[in-house]
Design a protein around this ligand. Structure first.
Ligand SMILES: [Mn+2]
Length: 262
Protein backbone atom coordinates (compact mmCIF):
# COMPACT_ATOMS: atom_id res chain seq x y z
CA UNK A 1 0.00 0.00 0.00
CA UNK A 2 1.99 3.02 -1.30
CA UNK A 3 1.72 6.34 0.50
CA UNK A 4 0.55 9.55 -1.07
CA UNK A 5 0.10 13.15 -0.07
CA UNK A 6 -2.70 15.57 -0.79
CA UNK A 7 -1.43 19.08 -1.47
CA UNK A 8 -4.48 20.44 0.38
CA UNK A 9 -2.24 21.41 3.30
CA UNK A 10 -0.55 24.11 1.19
CA UNK A 11 -3.62 25.44 -0.62
CA UNK A 12 -3.07 28.74 1.21
CA UNK A 13 0.34 29.11 -0.47
CA UNK A 14 0.92 30.52 -3.98
CA UNK A 15 0.96 28.12 -6.92
CA UNK A 16 4.74 28.56 -7.30
CA UNK A 17 5.18 27.20 -3.75
CA UNK A 18 3.14 24.13 -4.68
CA UNK A 19 5.48 23.46 -7.61
CA UNK A 20 8.48 23.89 -5.35
CA UNK A 21 7.01 21.45 -2.81
CA UNK A 22 6.38 18.87 -5.53
CA UNK A 23 10.13 18.85 -6.12
CA UNK A 24 10.71 17.75 -2.54
CA UNK A 25 7.82 15.51 -1.43
CA UNK A 26 8.89 12.18 0.03
CA UNK A 27 6.07 10.09 -1.42
CA UNK A 28 5.47 8.47 -4.78
CA UNK A 29 1.94 9.82 -5.25
CA UNK A 30 0.40 13.27 -4.86
CA UNK A 31 -3.12 14.65 -5.08
CA UNK A 32 -3.47 18.07 -6.67
CA UNK A 33 -6.42 20.17 -5.52
CA UNK A 34 -8.16 22.07 -8.34
CA UNK A 35 -9.27 24.88 -6.04
CA UNK A 36 -8.47 28.38 -4.85
CA UNK A 37 -5.07 29.72 -5.93
CA UNK A 38 -4.12 26.23 -7.21
CA UNK A 39 -7.10 26.04 -9.60
CA UNK A 40 -5.98 24.47 -12.88
CA UNK A 41 -5.48 26.42 -16.09
CA UNK A 42 -3.43 25.73 -19.21
CA UNK A 43 -0.22 27.26 -17.88
CA UNK A 44 -0.46 25.53 -14.52
CA UNK A 45 -1.15 22.17 -16.15
CA UNK A 46 2.11 22.41 -18.10
CA UNK A 47 4.05 23.45 -14.97
CA UNK A 48 2.50 20.56 -13.04
CA UNK A 49 3.32 18.13 -15.84
CA UNK A 50 6.98 19.10 -15.72
CA UNK A 51 7.16 18.90 -11.92
CA UNK A 52 5.47 15.51 -11.83
CA UNK A 53 7.53 13.99 -14.62
CA UNK A 54 10.75 15.23 -13.03
CA UNK A 55 9.96 13.21 -9.89
CA UNK A 56 8.13 10.36 -11.63
CA UNK A 57 5.16 10.91 -9.30
CA UNK A 58 1.80 9.26 -9.79
CA UNK A 59 -1.15 11.56 -9.47
CA UNK A 60 -4.78 12.08 -8.56
CA UNK A 61 -6.77 15.32 -8.84
CA UNK A 62 -9.32 16.54 -6.32
CA UNK A 63 -12.21 18.24 -8.07
CA UNK A 64 -13.22 21.77 -7.11
CA UNK A 65 -15.38 21.72 -3.98
CA UNK A 66 -15.90 25.30 -2.79
CA UNK A 67 -19.45 26.47 -3.63
CA UNK A 68 -19.93 23.32 -5.68
CA UNK A 69 -23.24 21.50 -5.30
CA UNK A 70 -23.94 19.04 -8.10
CA UNK A 71 -27.48 18.59 -6.73
CA UNK A 72 -28.36 22.27 -6.97
CA UNK A 73 -32.10 22.62 -7.67
CA UNK A 74 -31.52 25.88 -9.51
CA UNK A 75 -31.02 25.02 -13.21
CA UNK A 76 -28.95 28.16 -13.83
CA UNK A 77 -26.63 27.55 -10.87
CA UNK A 78 -26.33 23.84 -11.63
CA UNK A 79 -25.31 24.66 -15.18
CA UNK A 80 -22.50 26.89 -13.89
CA UNK A 81 -21.36 24.19 -11.47
CA UNK A 82 -21.28 21.48 -14.14
CA UNK A 83 -19.38 23.85 -16.41
CA UNK A 84 -16.78 24.41 -13.71
CA UNK A 85 -16.44 20.64 -13.16
CA UNK A 86 -16.21 19.90 -16.89
CA UNK A 87 -13.37 22.40 -17.15
CA UNK A 88 -11.66 20.61 -14.28
CA UNK A 89 -12.12 17.22 -15.99
CA UNK A 90 -10.72 18.47 -19.30
CA UNK A 91 -7.67 20.12 -17.71
CA UNK A 92 -7.09 17.20 -15.32
CA UNK A 93 -7.18 14.70 -18.19
CA UNK A 94 -4.03 16.33 -19.61
CA UNK A 95 -2.21 15.28 -16.43
CA UNK A 96 -3.27 11.68 -16.87
CA UNK A 97 -4.24 11.11 -13.21
CA UNK A 98 -5.35 7.78 -11.75
CA UNK A 99 -8.59 9.35 -10.58
CA UNK A 100 -10.46 12.62 -10.40
CA UNK A 101 -12.15 12.67 -7.00
CA UNK A 102 -15.36 14.60 -6.41
CA UNK A 103 -17.93 15.23 -3.68
CA UNK A 104 -21.62 14.27 -3.85
CA UNK A 105 -24.36 16.89 -3.95
CA UNK A 106 -25.89 18.78 -1.05
CA UNK A 107 -29.49 18.78 0.11
CA UNK A 108 -31.46 21.73 -1.15
CA UNK A 109 -33.22 24.30 1.05
CA UNK A 110 -36.44 23.37 -0.78
CA UNK A 111 -36.09 19.64 -0.08
CA UNK A 112 -39.24 19.59 2.07
CA UNK A 113 -41.29 21.10 -0.75
CA UNK A 114 -39.85 18.87 -3.48
CA UNK A 115 -38.88 15.59 -1.83
CA UNK A 116 -36.41 13.53 -3.86
CA UNK A 117 -35.64 16.32 -6.34
CA UNK A 118 -32.09 16.92 -5.09
CA UNK A 119 -31.45 13.15 -5.06
CA UNK A 120 -32.53 12.88 -8.73
CA UNK A 121 -30.48 15.91 -9.77
CA UNK A 122 -27.48 14.44 -7.98
CA UNK A 123 -27.83 11.25 -10.05
CA UNK A 124 -28.25 13.23 -13.26
CA UNK A 125 -25.13 15.30 -12.56
CA UNK A 126 -23.09 12.19 -11.77
CA UNK A 127 -24.18 10.72 -15.12
CA UNK A 128 -23.17 13.96 -16.87
CA UNK A 129 -19.76 13.88 -15.22
CA UNK A 130 -19.24 10.20 -16.07
CA UNK A 131 -20.02 10.96 -19.70
CA UNK A 132 -17.59 13.88 -19.96
CA UNK A 133 -14.92 11.92 -18.12
CA UNK A 134 -15.29 8.99 -20.50
CA UNK A 135 -14.93 11.32 -23.49
CA UNK A 136 -11.62 12.50 -22.05
CA UNK A 137 -10.34 9.12 -20.90
CA UNK A 138 -10.51 10.07 -17.24
CA UNK A 139 -11.59 7.84 -14.37
CA UNK A 140 -13.65 9.56 -11.74
CA UNK A 141 -14.31 8.54 -8.14
CA UNK A 142 -16.90 9.76 -5.63
CA UNK A 143 -15.98 10.50 -2.01
CA UNK A 144 -17.99 10.04 1.18
CA UNK A 145 -18.50 13.30 3.09
CA UNK A 146 -19.34 14.02 6.75
CA UNK A 147 -21.87 15.53 9.10
CA UNK A 148 -22.94 18.19 9.93
CA UNK A 149 -23.07 19.28 6.28
CA UNK A 150 -26.35 18.36 4.55
CA UNK A 151 -24.64 16.22 1.89
CA UNK A 152 -26.82 13.59 0.20
CA UNK A 153 -24.23 10.80 0.59
CA UNK A 154 -22.65 10.41 4.00
CA UNK A 155 -23.45 6.95 5.35
CA UNK A 156 -22.79 3.58 3.77
CA UNK A 157 -26.52 2.99 3.26
CA UNK A 158 -26.76 6.31 1.34
CA UNK A 159 -24.14 4.91 -1.04
CA UNK A 160 -25.97 1.59 -1.34
CA UNK A 161 -29.10 3.41 -2.48
CA UNK A 162 -27.04 5.69 -4.72
CA UNK A 163 -25.30 2.85 -6.56
CA UNK A 164 -28.59 0.95 -6.86
CA UNK A 165 -30.30 4.00 -8.41
CA UNK A 166 -27.34 4.68 -10.68
CA UNK A 167 -27.67 1.15 -12.08
CA UNK A 168 -25.33 0.20 -14.90
CA UNK A 169 -23.94 3.73 -15.10
CA UNK A 170 -22.48 3.15 -11.65
CA UNK A 171 -20.27 0.29 -12.80
CA UNK A 172 -17.63 2.82 -13.84
CA UNK A 173 -17.84 4.87 -10.67
CA UNK A 174 -15.52 3.86 -7.87
CA UNK A 175 -15.54 5.03 -4.28
CA UNK A 176 -12.89 7.07 -2.52
CA UNK A 177 -13.10 6.28 1.17
CA UNK A 178 -12.32 9.30 3.32
CA UNK A 179 -11.65 7.80 6.74
CA UNK A 180 -11.68 11.16 8.54
CA UNK A 181 -15.16 11.78 7.20
CA UNK A 182 -16.38 8.26 7.94
CA UNK A 183 -14.94 8.51 11.47
CA UNK A 184 -17.28 11.43 12.20
CA UNK A 185 -20.26 9.37 11.04
CA UNK A 186 -18.92 6.17 12.68
CA UNK A 187 -19.16 4.44 9.30
CA UNK A 188 -15.58 3.46 8.49
CA UNK A 189 -15.99 -0.28 8.98
CA UNK A 190 -19.43 -0.36 7.33
CA UNK A 191 -17.87 1.17 4.22
CA UNK A 192 -14.95 -1.25 4.29
CA UNK A 193 -17.29 -4.22 4.64
CA UNK A 194 -19.94 -3.22 2.12
CA UNK A 195 -17.73 -1.59 -0.53
CA UNK A 196 -14.50 -3.57 -0.44
CA UNK A 197 -14.71 -4.02 -4.23
CA UNK A 198 -15.49 -0.37 -4.98
CA UNK A 199 -12.91 1.41 -2.85
CA UNK A 200 -9.95 2.30 -5.06
CA UNK A 201 -8.56 5.35 -3.30
CA UNK A 202 -8.39 6.48 0.34
CA UNK A 203 -8.10 9.87 2.03
CA UNK A 204 -6.48 9.59 5.45
CA UNK A 205 -6.63 12.28 8.14
CA UNK A 206 -7.62 12.31 11.78
CA UNK A 207 -10.20 14.05 13.99
CA UNK A 208 -11.83 13.73 17.40
CA UNK A 209 -15.11 12.54 15.92
CA UNK A 210 -16.54 16.02 16.44
CA UNK A 211 -15.82 17.93 13.24
CA UNK A 212 -13.86 17.63 10.00
CA UNK A 213 -10.61 19.02 11.40
CA UNK A 214 -8.20 17.20 9.00
CA UNK A 215 -5.69 16.61 11.82
CA UNK A 216 -2.44 14.77 11.38
CA UNK A 217 -2.48 10.96 11.52
CA UNK A 218 -2.41 9.99 15.20
CA UNK A 219 -3.59 13.40 16.43
CA UNK A 220 -7.26 12.41 16.74
CA UNK A 221 -9.18 9.37 17.97
CA UNK A 222 -8.92 7.04 14.94
CA UNK A 223 -7.45 3.61 15.76
CA UNK A 224 -4.95 3.56 12.89
CA UNK A 225 -3.56 0.11 13.49
CA UNK A 226 -7.04 -1.40 13.41
CA UNK A 227 -7.75 0.58 10.26
CA UNK A 228 -4.60 -0.51 8.44
CA UNK A 229 -5.42 -4.12 9.30
CA UNK A 230 -8.90 -3.62 7.83
CA UNK A 231 -7.45 -2.21 4.59
CA UNK A 232 -5.11 -5.15 4.39
CA UNK A 233 -7.97 -7.58 5.01
CA UNK A 234 -9.88 -6.31 1.96
CA UNK A 235 -6.67 -6.50 -0.12
CA UNK A 236 -6.77 -2.77 -0.72
CA UNK A 237 -4.17 -2.02 -3.38
CA UNK A 238 -4.73 1.71 -3.86
CA UNK A 239 -2.85 4.67 -2.43
CA UNK A 240 -2.98 5.59 1.26
CA UNK A 241 -3.21 9.32 0.78
CA UNK A 242 -2.51 11.64 3.69
CA UNK A 243 -5.05 14.47 3.55
CA UNK A 244 -4.15 16.19 6.81
CA UNK A 245 -3.78 19.96 6.98
CA UNK A 246 -1.12 19.93 9.71
CA UNK A 247 1.70 17.70 11.00
CA UNK A 248 2.40 16.32 7.53
CA UNK A 249 5.83 14.88 8.28
CA UNK A 250 4.63 13.19 11.48
CA UNK A 251 1.63 11.79 9.60
CA UNK A 252 3.75 10.22 6.87
CA UNK A 253 6.20 8.83 9.40
CA UNK A 254 3.41 7.35 11.50
CA UNK A 255 1.77 5.75 8.45
CA UNK A 256 5.05 4.31 7.20
CA UNK A 257 5.51 2.55 10.54
CA UNK A 258 1.92 1.33 10.60
CA UNK A 259 2.12 -0.15 7.12
CA UNK A 260 5.21 -2.09 8.19
CA UNK A 261 3.30 -3.55 11.14
CA UNK A 262 0.39 -5.02 9.16
MN1 LIG B 1 -11.20 13.84 1.49
Amino acid sequence: MPLGLSMLFCLNEPFAALIERLGKVEVEHVEIVDEGVHALNGRRVSLLKKAIEARDLSLTVHAPFADINIASTSPLIRRAIIRRLKRSIILSAQLNPKYWVFHPGIQSAVSDEYPGLDWRINLESVRDLLKVARQHGLEISIENVPDPFPFLLKRSNDFEKFYKDLGEDGLNLSLTLDVGHSNINKQTYDFLEKFSGRIVHAHLHDNLGDYDSHLGIGFGNIDWLRLMKAFKKINYDGILLVESKKNIEESLEMLKNLVKKV
